[in-house]
Design a binder for this molecule. Structure first.
Ligand code: EPZ
Length: 426
């Protein structure tokens, strides 16, 4: 029942350090199942979703030590005795589905609740299951669960390497299949694979455990199966989406804001779009950037979300806030998820002028937003509401902030250190 109360119009300045990437950490925790010994993960973001993934692993029987202060997690999979990810956990976090590939490949079976849809879309898993089937597994769906297994009488005890063509470069499916193929017999090729930097982080992590993966980050990933993997010690990459969120906050109301660990090369299309709008963004070095806002000079632009290296769908609600106060008309087209405009009505309540036309949002820029009570409908929509509150005149109350806590570490503390007037209240 917590909410953020924000008094807008404050200038942001100073330095902010980006935390470890949520959409890498969750996969690396799942992948640690594949090893025969303990793994140590560093730079782990202290967020709700990580706590849920740790719960999923503990529920399987793994021994997990979390050192929040030092952002370190130790995972020992040797005591795993269950191969089931229950509905209570999967419905809390869809990414629990990422334990399926590791469990299937290592133990030859997995029972996992079907995640179902969420606020941003239907979120199918058909490509994950098709990939497992191509690798020689069989599966059945009953009572809301998928039972997936290697039919040892037909396929022996290991999955079999093969060529898998993905109909869509799904991140989850590419990650699950890549993890499953690491312990398969022979070579697997994933064509039309997802190319996000987090896919590369996962492949590097698996290779540091003894896997043999090439081509991550390209459309064609090759995995030569190995017999076993050992535990490793690995530092998680910084979170590009968190970096993008703080860059937009600075573009909206920053004086001089430095973003540490922004790794701008992971988000090139986003950077070029900001340049097109006229945001003064300077590269300090390959890790760090500086932003100086000059709202009066910004120009409208059009955004098309696409799989990487296209414009990231996770920054779509966030850049829409910036465009809502840029004079002229901008069009934002969402091509990855069916339903990622739920924040629009909330933003219009703050005085924005946005019309939805199918999977397009047509934004007519206004001079200023005004503070209002608004809701968070999902993680990125929630962050967008906070940014709108920072830029708005007067007070904004953002409710349902549990969505935001799922993926942003110490969000309000980091913003307060930059000078924002934001507090969390019951
Ligand atoms: C990952 O979700 C991220 N989540 C999402 O971030 C991100 O928005 C998304 O990739 C796209 O970049 C995590 O990494 C935990 P997909 P994922 O499989 O893996 C369809 C955030 O805010 N599809 O690439 O679920 C699907 O319905 C979150 O941090 C199928 O049809 O994304 C969707 O429309 C939100 N069948 C599209 O593909 C499948 O089997 C993209 O899904 C799989 C996916």
């Amino acid at each position: 029942m917590e909410k953020f109360v924000i008094n807008g119009g404050k200038t942001l300045s100073g330095k902010v350090k980006i935390s470890g990437a949520k959409n890498s950490a969750l996969k690396l925790i799942a992948a640690s199942i594949l090893a025969d010994s303990k793994t140590t993960l560093r730079n782990v973001p202290q967020i709700e979703d990580v706590s849920i993934m740790v719960e999923v692993l503990k529920n399987l029987g793994a021994r997990v030590n979390v050192d929040r202060e030092n952002k370190v997690i130790e995972i020992n999979p040797e005591s795993i005795s269950s191969y089931e990810a229950p509905y209570e956990l999967v419905r809390k976090m869809r990414a629990s589905i990422l334990v399926a590939g590791p469990l299937l490949s290592k133990f030859g079976k997995v029972k996992i609740a079907i995640p179902g849809g969420c606020n941003i879309g239907s979120r199918q898993i058909d490509l994950h299951l098709k990939g497992f089937k191509d690798l020689g597994a069989e599966y059945s769906v009953e009572h809301g669960y998928v039972n997936c297994y290697i039919n040892s009488s037909r396929a022996g005890t290991r999955l079999c390497g093969t060529i898998i063509n993905l109909d869509f470069p799904s991140r989850g499916a590419s990650e699950n299949i890549m993890m499953a193929a690491t312990l398969a017999e022979g070579k697997t090729i994933i064509n039309n694979a997802a190319r996000e930097p987090e896919i590369v982080d996962l492949a590097c992590f698996l290779n540091s455990m003894g896997a043999n993966i090439h081509g991550a980050g390209t459309r064609r990933i090759t995995i030569n199966g190995v017999k076993n993997l050992k535990g490793t010690d690995y530092e998680i990459m910084p979170d590009s989406i968190e970096a993008g969120t703080f860059i937009i906050a600075a573009a909206l109301c920053g004086d001089k804001v430095e973003i540490e660990d922004a790794r701008w090369k992971n988000l090139e299309v986003f950077y070029f779009k900001l340049k097109e709008i006229g945001v003064d963004i300077s590269v300090i070095d390959e890790n760090n950037v500086r932003i100086e806002s000059s709202p009066g000079t910004y120009k409208p632009t059009n955004i098309n979300t696409l799989p990487y290296p296209g414009f990231p769908t996770d920054l779509q609600p966030i850049i829409a806030v910036l465009l809502s106060v840029v004079p002229g008309t901008s069009v934002v087209t969402e091509n990855v998820f069916e339903n990622r405009f739920m924040y629009v009505d909330e933003l219009n309540r703050m005085g924005a002028i946005i019309k939805i036309d199918g999977h397009r949002a047509v934004i007519r820029g206004v001079e200023k937003l005004s503070g209002a009570p608004v809701r968070s409908f999902d993680l990125r929509a929630g962050a967008a509401m906070v940014l709108a509150g920072l830029a708005a005149e007067g007070e904004t109350e953002v409710s349902d902030i549990y969505h935001i806590k799922r993926g942003y570490e110490n969000f309000e503390e980091k913003l307060s250190l930059l000078g924002a007037d934001i507090r969390r209240v019951e």
